[in-house]
Design a protein around this ligand. Structure first.
Ligand code: DGL
Length: 285
């Protein structure tokens, strides 16, 4: 049986496209809808309850568009909203923290893992929890780099601006003797070439959750038998044909930054108004 309903993926900006790109690679038959919540970008400095509300609005909007599964392709929103979303919605909701944490726990040799994330993700403690859930013997260093998300969103991931923001954080990570670095924000995989330059010949394994999250999505789709038919027709293989791009604001800015991530034509982003989710408070009656 084939289920042609789309998979929904969202983030505050372009970062989640690193996850979408990997889902597309591993599951080429699936139609995808991506939402960038640029009206509320960045999520990192916001409170957990604010991010939870924003994320639930977007998941509700994607659910109303008949998606069969939603990926919270944002660590900050995963930390704030994954549990609430799973309670509220009937469709499977997948986050990005557990896949990256498990990959790091499996890969470290000296038991010292650094996590680079937004302030919101660090404050949630979710990475420390997920890594220690996988192996309670691992020591975790939680680091935040100022402005990194904005640098990537501005399309400056490969510039001296990015190097200047990363250099002091990397030095702290080396001083602490981590052998593994988790990119705990979906914007950060776009910094990999700059990171590789700064790391040079020193030993540091860099882990992100894009491919492990895509693998998890693939497994969930298979187990629940909600996969689309095998291969799409050749003329519908392009990103433009199989993917819908939505933004809550700033479509032109999104188009420019997204074009740096894909070397193929993109669909034109459309602006969407998220459906406000009504938070039901028990009345006691
Ligand atoms: N990509 C988001 C994350 O993974 C960015 C957060 C932000 O908007 O600050 O956390």
């Amino acid at each position: 049986m084939s289920d042609s309903r789309p998979i929904g993926v969202f983030d505050s900006g372009v970062g989640g496209l690193t996850v979408l790109r990997e889902i597309r690679h591993q599951m080429p038959a699936e139609a995808l809808i991506y939402v960038a919540d640029l009206e509320h970008f960045p999520y990192g400095p916001r409170s957990q309850s604010q991010v939870r509300g924003l994320a639930l609005d977007i998941i509700g909007t994607l659910a109303a568009m008949d998606t069969k599964l939603v990926v919270i392709a944002c660590n900050t929103a995963t930390a704030a909203a994954l549990n609430a979303a799973r309670e509220r919605f009937d469709i499977p909701v997948v986050g990005v923290i557990a896949p990256g944490a498990q990959a790091a726990a499996a890969g470290t040799r000296n038991g010292r893992v650094a996590v680079l994330s937004t302030e919101g993700t660090r404050a949630s403690g979710e990475y420390v929890h997920a890594i220690r859930e996988a192996n309670p013997g691992i020591a975790v260093l939680s680091e935040v780099a100022a402005d990194l998300v904005e640098i990537v969103e501005d399309g400056d991931a490969g510039t001296p601006r990015a190097e200047a923001a990363l250099r002091p954080v990397l030095e702290r990570i080396f001083d602490w003797r981590a052998d593994t670095l988790v990119l705990g924000c979906t914007h950060y995989p776009l910094l990999r070439p700059t990171l590789a330059r700064l790391i040079g010949t020193r030993r540091l394994r860099v882990v992100d959750s894009a491919d492990t999250t895509a693998a998890r999505v693939k497994r969930i789709v298979a187990v629940n038998r909600i996969g689309a038919d095998a291969a799409p027709a050749p003329d519908s293989e392009s990103l433009a044909m199989r993917t819908e791009l939505l933004v809550t604001a700033a479509p032109a800015r999104f188009r420019t930054s997204a074009a740096l991530i894909f070397d193929e034509p993109l669909p034109e982003p459309r602006t969407v108004r998220p459906v406000r989710q009504v938070i039901r408070v028990a009345s006691g009656s």
